[in-house]
Design a protein. Structure first.
Length: 701
């Protein structure tokens, strides 16, 4: 198992073994990556996750081998040679090829021919001897096989099935298909108007290996919607030439029948089977890329800088239904709500202005968060003029997923007496205070930072996004005494049940005074404590290390450092010059290497510091619609979504602009995520305006 995983990932076997041992002993990926660097050789979370996936794949392959061996053994056909072949398999496809001849089949043409007694004739043809085939075929005529032609056809069906089940044949076709498959799509009759979104693919053909994953997903989506006919085309001439060279032994009548059997096998059995394989592989690869982009976008969104503990006014903007205004205290607790109507059709601006000013003064509002959806910019302009005298910052906040949250069970539990529109405004305000704490309450798929999210494998997407949320939560760390259930459940080693128990403990006993106190939580044993303690923070704890990412298992080591310098831990943390005197090599032991020691010193330099930084305001250009744009204009914007082909940019109006990957840089860019990030602020040039299709093309060149 270790050898298999090590070879697949090109990682040292002893590192892989250590990771597998840790995983199988209940360690989580964030814990291994952060606190077991000596064992893993400093592997990051992504590499550890790859090991976990390869381990799962190996376990699934082992289970499949066991099943296949048992099925073939029941048939009495499991020879030692076949058993050895199955045992040595390292690939699912290879394993399924071995199993193919023994699979139970519905009644096939070959099986029907066998029941007519034509297998010996097929065996005769397979020898391809220069003899009288017609005379041989006459021996198999009966009331069900009326003539030589029927006898030969039946024999060919048997031969075609054997050819289809030949591993060498299937691998030959796969090799050629891999080199030269075309993906082809054509519009179905009378579907042009309905399928206008997919007009680029009405008559499309491209080498599969060079077709970007987003195109593959778009084509397959259009096919699923009934608009396109899609084919994966092989080089049939080259394949048949290769198969003939491999299977034909002469130029006699039997060889001719064999040639016909090869053509039948390819067109009727092999092409449909391997074409489906290629289609499935292409879809899986496209899914993998799309999911990776989605996960990276989500990571960037979750790690967006928070504003912190400020008194906030959250506004869910709207025209006809008004703007829902809420006030929140420093902890995000709901204080008050009003609905104002500053826009058409009501245009009650004077009354709305008065309400905003009154609420701002009464609740000591420090910042305003406005949703960036419908009426977002118009509301921003109005609020700026209404609160000009208060000199407070105004943020436009992504409201993607806010409506999903407001109608969720979570929101109903938090605010049972409030209307869902009010809950949406609260979510917008809280997103500014702490994006991570608020976004973990929403299904990641509803946040809207992915492409083709409904087309990709939903289980793979769910696993990847959940892993991303866990990674982000543990990277930032969680304040134990204020964290919600929804945040706590993603902490390494905790999960939903322990999160509930922690909340219950807080309600009964008040705040935690130390990390050690976690052991008193019902069900939280030594293993869970080991996994979670380093990711939980306690602001104001007696032991200052309880508010850092230093793990409790290393407290004694830090005390040893301080003692060697004649200080306590507080003295070591407060004095940078003293810390510089620590000789890290003096503290290396079997469990703690230089990298872990560097991590510890880094934490001592900034105890309790949020790695996300602080939110800063952003100013859009003074435009209100596409009609205000002209080619050549420079517009500031915020990247709100990234796909393989480009980045979508919020420039402060209803329509997003698109920076195609070819317009990201003067230099060639192969991976847009290496250059741009979600929520990154950019200044882009308008290079194209399509008013009919509401498309804005931007460039960073």
């Amino acid at each position: 198992m270790i050898k298999s995983v090590s070879e697949a990932l090109q990682l040292p076997a002893h590192r892989v073994k250590n990771v597998i041992d840790l995983l199988q002993n209940g360690a989580t990926i964030p814990f291994i990556a952060r606190y077991r660097k000596e064992a893993t050789g400093n592997l990051d979370e992504q590499q550890i996750e790859q090991i976990q996936k390869e381990l799962k794949k190996h376990e699934d392959l082992t289970k499949r081998k066991e099943y296949i061996r048992s099925v073939i053994e029941e048939q009495g056909k499991l020879s030692e040679a076949l058993r050895k072949q199955i045992d040595q398999c390292t690939d699912f496809q290879e394993l399924e090829d071995l199993y193919l001849p023994y699979k139970s089949k519905r009644k096939t043409k070959a099986e029907a021919a066998r029941l007519l007694g034509l297998e010996p004739l097929a065996n005769f043809i397979a020898l391809q001897k220069d003899s009288n085939l017609k005379e041989e075929a006459k021996l198999y005529l009966s009331k069900d096989v009326k003539n030589i032609s029927e006898a030969l056809e039946g024999a060919r069906h048997i031969l075609a099935e054997r050819i289809n089940e030949n591993i060498q044949v299937r691998n030959t076709i796969r090799k050629i298909a891999k080199e030269s498959t075309l993906i082809s799509s054509k519009i179905k009759k009378n579907q042009e108007d309905k399928a206008s979104t997919y007009q680029d693919y009405f008559n499309y053909s491209s080498e599969l290996g060079k077709t970007p994953s987003h195109r593959i997903l778009a084509i397959l989506r259009a096919e699923a919607e009934g608009f396109l006919k899609v084919d994966f085309l092989f080089n049939e001439e080259k394949i048949l030439k290769s198969l003939n060279a491999y299977l034909l032994k002469g130029y006699n009548d039997s060889s001719y029948q064999m040639k016909l059997a090869i053509e039948d096998a390819y067109k009727r059995l092999l092409y449909p089977s391997i074409s489906n394989e290629i289609r499935k592989q292409a879809k899986q690869e496209a899914d993998k890329e799309a999911i990776a982009v989605f996960a990276e976008n989500l990571r960037q969104l979750l790690l967006e800088a928070p504003l912190g503990q400020k008194r906030i006014m959250g506004i869910d903007p709207g025209f006809r239904t008004g703007c829902k205004v809420v006030c929140l205290d420093e902890q995000g607790n709901f204080l008050a709500y009003k609905n104002i109507f500053p826009h058409q059709p009501q245009l009650q601006q004077k009354e709305a202005m008065s309400i905003l000013q009154e609420m701002t003064g009464k609740y000591k509002i420090e910042t305003v968060a406005i949703g960036n959806g419908t009426a977002g910019r118009e509301t921003e302009y109005f609020v700026k003029s209404a609160l000009d005298a208060f000199n407070i910052d105004i943020f436009l906040i992504s409201e993607a997923g806010a409506s999903v949250y407001s109608a969720s069970e979570i929101a109903r539990e938090e605010f049972p007496q409030l209307d869902l529109t009010v809950r949406g405004a609260i979510s917008i305000g809280r997103r500014l205070q702490d994006p991570l704490a608020e976004l973990v309450k929403i299904d990641p798929k509803a946040i809207g930072v992915g492409q083709y999210q409904h087309d990709v494998d939903q289980d793979e997407l769910k696993d990847s996004l959940e892993t991303t949320v866990i990674s982000a939560v543990n990277k930032v760390g969680v304040q134990l005494n204020t964290a919600s259930f929804h945040l706590l459940k993603f902490v390494s080693g905790i999960g939903p049940k322990l999160a509930e128990n922690i909340i219950a403990y807080r309600k009964e006993h008040g705040t935690f005074r130390s990390r050690k106190e976690l052991i008193k939580v019902k069900g939280l044993g030594e293993k869970a404590f080991e996994q979670c303690a380093g990711f939980l923070r306690i602001a104001g704890a007696k032991n200052l290390l309880d508010n850092t990412a230093v793990h409790p298992e290393r407290y004694a080591l830090v005390e040893k450092m301080a003692k060697k310098l004649g200080l306590d831990i507080e003295g070591l943390i407060k004095d940078e010059n003293v810390r510089k005197q620590v000789v890290l090599s003096d503290f290396i032991d079997e469990q703690t290497g230089i990298q872990s020691l560097k991590d510890i010193m880094s934490e001592l330099e900034k105890p309790g510091l949020d790695p996300r930084g602080k939110a800063i305001t952003f100013q859009f250009a003074p435009i209100q619609s596409m009609s205000d744009l002209k080619e050549g204009m420079l517009v500031p914007g915020i990247i709100n979504n990234i796909a393989q082909f480009g980045a979508f940019v919020n420039i402060g109006i209803k329509e997003n602009g698109l920076i195609h990957i070819s317009q990201v840089s003067d230099n060639f860019v192969d991976d847009i995520n290496k250059v741009l990030k979600v929520n990154q602020k950019v200044e882009a040039k308008v290079i194209g305006l399509d008013f009919d299709r509401k498309r804005i093309q931007l460039s960073l060149k």
